[in-house]
Design a binder for this molecule. Structure first.
Ligand SMILES: Nc1nc2c(ncn2[C@@H]2O[C@H](COP(=O)(O)OP(=O)(O)O)[C@@H](O)[C@H]2O)c(=O)[nH]1
Ligand SMILES: [Mg+2]
Length: 249
């Protein structure tokens, strides 16, 4: 009887040991289990609150064809300049991630046929960047006309005007650009910032570095509250025309 009891204990222990071995082998070698242990899969099981969350903001980049919109977008999104770019047939976009914000830079081409579509993009924009070719004096009037047409459509949209190509000898200076574009007409009605830039020789001469342009845009976008679009009230006086500030300094 005692021998029978010993035998059953031995068999029980053997079954338990075998079970443990099988369990260890299963948990180690079964493909499903292994996958959970690989670091790359750990994100799948993280609590939702640790997932990156982004608020979407959009910068609408407009201006006549050849003004330098694509070059500016390239410089702002990559922190590098390039000396040439192909004309944009339609649209061009780039993304910047900045302190919880996913900022989309959207360029709509500036040729005559595409300009008729510009105003359709105003309602989703949080800021409009209007790029002007400072060497193209013959088309400054046209640029002014197009700019003011847009401003009438979006009376509250903050505006940044970039007087681009300031690296060129023939570039018109920023005060002349201010009057050619009749920016005094919108003074006090909305936030507006006029900056001299060069998209190919960054920060040359009197021009503002594109890093500063980017910081100013980020700073302004961080002030946009909620998901409401275009309902940004113009409370912030730091977004006066830099030209005006220079004059009063
Ligand atoms: N010298 C100079 N050339 C520029 C500048 N920005 C753009 N360009 C050139 O102007 C041309 C048109 O630029 P692009 O960015 O395609 O203009 P877009 O049509 O407004 O997108 C390209 O040959 C650019 O290399 C600038 O700041 N200075
Ligand atoms: Mg372009």
């Amino acid at each position: 009887m005692a021998a029978l009891r010993n035998l059953s204990m031995v068999i029980g222990a053997a079954v338990a040991a075998l079970g443990s071995v099988l369990f260890i082998a299963w948990s180690r070698y079964m493909p499903g289990r292994r996958r959970y242990r690989r670091p790359g899969y750990q994100l799948e099981y993280s609590p939702l609150c640790t997932q990156p969350m982004y608020l979407d903001r959009q910068i609408l980049v407009l201006g006549l064809d050849g003004a330098g919109k694509s070059s500016i977008i390239h410089a702002l999104s990559t922190n590098t300049t390039r000396s040439s770019s192909a004309p944009t047939h339609g649209f061009n976009t780039a993304q910047i991630l900045s302190q919880g914000f996913r900022i989309e830079l959207l360029e709509v081409g500036g040729s005559q046929n595409l300009r008729t579509y510009w105003n359709q993009y105003l309602k989703n924009a949080h800021i409009m960047v209007f790029v002007v070719d400072s060497t193209d004096d013959k088309r400054l009037q046209l640029a002014r006309h197009e700019l003011h047409r847009l401003l009438e459509e979006a009376p509250e949209l903050p505006l940044m005007v970039l007087a681009n190509k300031q690296d060129c000898q023939s570039a018109i200076d920023i005060s002349a650009i201010h009057s050619e574009l009749s920016l005094h007409r919108i003074q006090g009605q909305r936030e507006v910032l006029l900056l001299a830039t060069s998209a190919v020789h960054d920060g040359v001469g009197q021009s503002t570095s594109l890093q500063t342009v980017r910081s100013l845009l980020e700073e302004r976008l961080h002030q946009v509250k909620g998901s409401q679009q275009n309902l940004i009230h113009l409370q912030n006086s730091c977004w006066q025309t830099s030209f005006e500030r220079e004059k009063s300094a």
